[in-house]
Ligand binder design. Structure first.
Ligand code: ADP
Length: 295
């Protein structure tokens, strides 16, 4: 285009067009810059969040083990109490690390489902067994309704990713314990229908306000409640849970009422993979009373 041949009006129009184009470029640059800053903030928050999650339990474990070494040999009850605390700290650390690694792997896209023939009953019993001491600390009873599962009773094998399902269930169970009122009841139901596994974890705890029901699945999002101000937590569990469920093509729904309780419902379709990696079986030393009540 020859600028010298343009009329004054055409020249003004042309200039306006160029200025707008530049504005568009500068808007895009600003947006990219904002995204980069957010991503940078996210990374540094992530690191500062996980640093505390790792350093704090480690310091407690070191301090407590030193105390055990300094305790007189015959003070068995003191030693046992400190060993219990060490176990609890190490348990939390192990659980947090599993979530942190799963979050890091899903973020980098490094994670792929490893499909196995999973014995779902065994898997649930083993997760319940792991959390037994946490439930006991709050005098909670956990009811696992598995006798009603005719389909499961006859065949509790289901093709899915055992470790991912374990982490999903562990997060839901851990939260239901954390947010339950002492001496209340947690109920776990599961069934398989039309090649779809459904797991329900229901507590009678503090509940979640309706306006926060979508937020709780965001990373590092913790609802500002008095229980959270004293409870350990990092707001990572449900975001990891949701990412793992998505990876297994499943979905998670939550219903909740403040001061009544929360119900999380996970459903996962059976994998259609044909190259199965093996059978996942879990050892457990688990006992029920007549009402299916555990512990
Ligand atoms: P964390 O429990 O470590 O804070 P999560 O991602 O597991 O992180 O949960 C996010 C938030 O959702 C929690 O801080 C809590 O406010 C809320 N929440 C999750 N599960 C429950 C539950 N069963 N009952 C009440 N609130 C819950």
């Amino acid at each position: 285009m020859n600028i010298s041949q343009l009329t004054k009006d055409e020249l003004i129009l042309e200039l306006e067009k160029k200025i707008n184009e530049n504005n568009e470029i500068s808007k895009n640059l600003k947006k990219t810059n904002k995204n980069l800053k957010e991503s940078e903030n996210f990374k540094s928050n992530f690191i500062s969040n996980i640093t505390n999650e790792i350093i704090n339990p480690f310091s407690s474990i070191l301090g407590l083990s030193k105390n055990i070494l300094d305790t007189k040999d015959n003070d068995i009850s003191k030693i046992k109490n400190m060993a219990k605390l060490i176990y609890s700290e190490a348990f939390d650390l192990d659980f947090q690390l599993k979530n942190i690694f799963a979050a890091a792997k899903t973020e980098s896209g490094e994670i792929e489902p490893e499909i196995m023939n999973v014995d779902i009953n065994e898997l649930i019993l083993s997760v319940l067994n792991t959390f037994k001491f946490k439930a006991n600390e709050k005098m909670l009873s956990i009811i696992f309704n598995y006798d009603n599962n005719i389909e499961l009773k006859n065949n509790s094998f289901f093709k899915t990713d055992s470790d991912k399902l374990k982490l999903i269930l562990s997060n839901l169970l851990s939260n239901s314990i954390k947010y339950s009122n002492a001496a209340s009841k947690i109920e776990i139901k599961l069934w398989i229908k039309n090649n779809k596994l459904s797991i329900i974890v229901e507590d009678n705890g503090i509940g979640i306000d309706k306006k926060n029901l979508d937020l709780i699945f965001d990373r590092f999002k913790r609802i500002d409640t008095s229980i959270n101000s004293i409870n350990k937590g990092h707001g990572l569990g449900l975001s990891v849970t949701k990412a793992l469920i998505n990876m297994l093509n499943g979905e998670i729904k939550v219903k909740s009422k403040i001061n009544v309780g929360s119900t999380f419902h996970v459903s996962i379709p059976e994998s259609e993979a044909t190259n199965i990696d093996g059978i996942a079986l879990d050892d457990n030393e688990f006992f029920f009373n007549n009402d299916n009540e555990i512990f």
